[in-house]
Write a protein that binds this ligand. Structure first.
Ligand code: DSN
Length: 389
């Protein structure tokens, strides 16, 4: 039975080795991250926080935590270094969704109003989708994008004035343009709302200086560690020091039990890697490659949402081809090109079909692809789409 599991893992290893990976939220971690995540730390229970932590916590609920205490503190200090910040850090969230849940629970009550970006426009499930806890627990109001698909800051201002939200959220899962955190922060201040940023997709770009930083502007910042940050699957929350105890108690005992110390070790390794000049160089290449590939699609006549990209991803609007995102995703799978169907602004199809596909360059840049490799892949995708019509 065990060999069957290892056979499955091997098949997935081969798939990852042989396919062209364009899912914008995926990446390939280093051997050191894999080693840390596969370590004996998986055996350890450590509910609570390191005893020396200053956010008013009562320490750990288990003995034998001296090593994981040291590890968790070190991990937090490394992430502060990555983003050059003195914000408080909590590295325990199991995922981006858990981080967002804890962030909301730290400062909001059931029924409070959140102003955010909808799933169709590029937001995330946890940004208020009616099928998610966020849409069920809170009164969600969504700001719009303009005709080109860019966030409409005038609409953000108008909606904030009208609904007086307790929290304004900036951040997205499928948005290819720079987000104006300063403008969001000004609007949040003017209506007395908390300002939260979910930087999961662009965190690597923020670390490398290729996207403006939300630190100093946002009250709470959440991220995953496995996308452009190229770490293990997991979440992190940063907050202004005065919110530290609210965030810590919302994560544990509010939303989670024992932290995953083996994943925290992987997060620490990823942070150490993200501090290096090589990481910044890598991210500059991700952005350069993304622009090259996106421009090639535009020159072949494709409609790209917002007309281009400033970051690691872009969205192809397939409406004019008559094909659905699902059709294209499935056909590309047969040719070992992996991406995901995605809703586009003004979507008319259900998300299971969708009218677009999302393309990202973080994973294949890790594998060494250059701009000209991505241009070749754009033509390969075009050939496949043409053969489907
Ligand atoms: N589902 C992730 C993505 O693909 O963007 C976000 O959590």
């Amino acid at each position: 039975m065990k060999s069957k599991v290892f056979d499955m893992i091997e098949k997935e290893r081969q798939r990852q080795e042989n396919n062209i990976e364009l899912i914008a939220s995926e990446n390939f971690v280093s051997d050191d991250v894999l080693r840390a995540v596969g370590s004996c730390l998986t055996n350890k229970y450590s509910e609570g926080y390191p005893t020396q932590r200053t956010s008013g916590n009562r320490g750990r609920y288990y003995g034998g935590c001296e090593n994981v205490d040291e590890l968790e503190e070190y991990c937090c200090s490394l992430w502060r270094q990555v983003f050059n910040t003195d914000y408080h850090v909590n590295v325990q969230p199991h995922s981006g969704a858990s981080a967002n849940l804890a962030a909301y629970m730290s400062v909001l009550k059931h029924g409070d109003t959140i102003l955010a970006m909808s799933l169709d426009n590029g937001g995330h499930l946890t940004h208020g989708s009616p099928v998610n806890f966020s849409g069920k627990l809170f009164n969600m109001v969504f700001y719009d994008v303009d005709a080109s698909g860019r966030i409409d800051m005038q609409d953000v201002r108008a909606k904030a004035d009208a609904c007086r939200p307790q929290l304004i959220l900036a951040g997205a899962s499928a948005y290819s343009r720079t987000i104006d955190f300063k403008a969001f922060s000004d609007i949040a201040k003017s209506c007395g709302a908390y300002f939260m940023v979910d930087m999961a997709h662009i965190a690597g770009l923020v670390a490398a200086g290729d996207h403006p930083s939300p630190f100093g502007l946002a009250d709470i910042i959440t991220t995953t560690t496995h996308k452009t940050l190229r770490g293990p699957r997991g979440g992190i929350i940063f907050c202004r020091p005065e919110l530290a105890s609210k965030i810590d108690s919302a994560v544990f005992p509010g939303c989670q039990g024992g932290p995953l110390e083996h994943v925290i070790a992987g997060k620490a390794i990823a942070a150490a890697e993200a501090c290096s000049p090589e990481f910044a160089e890598y991210i500059h290449n991700v952005v350069k490659n993304c622009k090259a590939m996106c421009d090639e699609f535009i020159s072949m006549g494709y409609h790209v949402v917002t007309g281009g990209t400033d970051n690691h991803l872009f969205l192809l609007d397939l409406t004019e081809t008559g094909l659905t995102g699902k059709d294209v995703q499935n056909e590309l799978d047969k040719h070992r090109i992996t991406l995901n169907k995605n809703c586009i602004p003004g979507e008319t199809r259900p998300p299971q079909l969708a009218s677009g596909v999302r393309i990202g360059t973080a994973a294949m840049t890790t594998k060494g692809y250059t701009a000209s490799d991505f241009v070749k892949v754009a033509h390969k995708i075009d050939d496949i789409i043409r053969s489907m019509k």
